[in-house]
Design a protein around this ligand. Structure first.
Ligand SMILES: N[C@@H](CCC(=O)N[C@@H](CS)C(=O)NCC(=O)O)C(=O)O
Length: 248
């Protein structure tokens, strides 16, 4: 894509953001749009309905939100959208990824770790329904320990960053990749597993959660805890996370 095309497309139409307010992946891109002050129009997608239509599949063959569209430019996959937005709309004051290739690589490693480790471990633990058997109780404990180990890794990473956020003193795409999933896990793990992330007293992680909670760009996108419980009660009842492969 030439620079000229980009300039033309940016100047002509606002971005159309196809999303659903309950989707954590869409929330990542929503926060990024807000954090970079990018004008956009929110196009509501009813999951299981609008995203199965031909017009939607023509934009994203995976049939999933989020998608952004601006004239003939269509981009999907939350993390890809976020990098695109950061590259095209970020400036020296608000850039969300470092320029330095080594630091950028470090950021990408953490971003990919979010889905590969934190999200996977959290949803696998959440989805495990312990029965009375000893084996099942042991499995539950094993899954909780694995998640706790990952949370300790994240706390150590924040400690090393020498700032409140994953890459230091300013918010980046790393923080934005993680926060929608923490938002949900803080509520649902407590509700269904009696596991309170904040009670682990991981100081750097707790400080990061507090700092993220006060970000305007994030606050606007947050779900009410009661709504999270309602939505997750349906998901857990139908083993949704195992079916779609988020949980093992
Ligand atoms: N890897 C994708 C995952 C997106 C995703 O799974 N979105 C879900 C909603 S949270 C979706 O649209 N699922 C289709 C459906 O429920 O029919 C991304 O990061 O954008």
């Amino acid at each position: 894509m030439s620079a000229e095309n980009l300039t033309n497309s940016q100047s002509s139409q606002p971005i159309q953001f196809y999303a659903n307010p309950y989707c954590p992946y869409a929330q990542r891109s929503w926060i990024t749009l807000r954090q970079l002050n990018i004008p956009f129009s929110y196009e509501h997608i009813e999951l299981g309905k609008d995203n199965k239509t031909d017009w939607f599949i023509a934009m994203n063959p995976n049939g999933a939100v989020p998608v952004i569209k601006q004239n003939d430019i269509i981009i999907y996959e939350s993390l890809v959208i976020n990098e695109y937005l950061s590259e095209v709309f970020g400036n020296a004051q608000n850039k969300l990824l470092p320029e330095n290739p080594v630091l950028k690589a470090k950021a990408r490693i953490l971003i990919s770790r979010c889905d590969a480790k934190f999200v996977k471990l959290a949803y696998t633990y959440l989805s495990h329904k312990p029965t009375d058997s000893q084996e099942s109780t042991a499995k539950d404990e094993e899954l909780r320990n694995a998640l706790e180990t990952e949370l300790r890794f994240l706390d150590d990473t924040l400690a090393e960053s020498q700032g409140t956020y994953f890459l230091g003193e300013t918010v980046s795409l790393v923080d934005i990749a993680f926060i929608p999933f923490f938002e949900r896990m803080l509520v649902v793990l407590e509700t269904w597993k009696g596991f309170n992330i904040k009670s682990l007293n991981l100081n750097h992680l707790n400080r990061w959660l507090d700092a993220m909670s006060s970000l305007d760009s994030y606050q606007e996108t947050q779900m009410e805890p009661e709504k999270i419980k309602e939505v997750y009660s349906r998901f857990l009842g139908s083993d949704y996370f195992k079916k779609v492969g988020i949980a093992n």
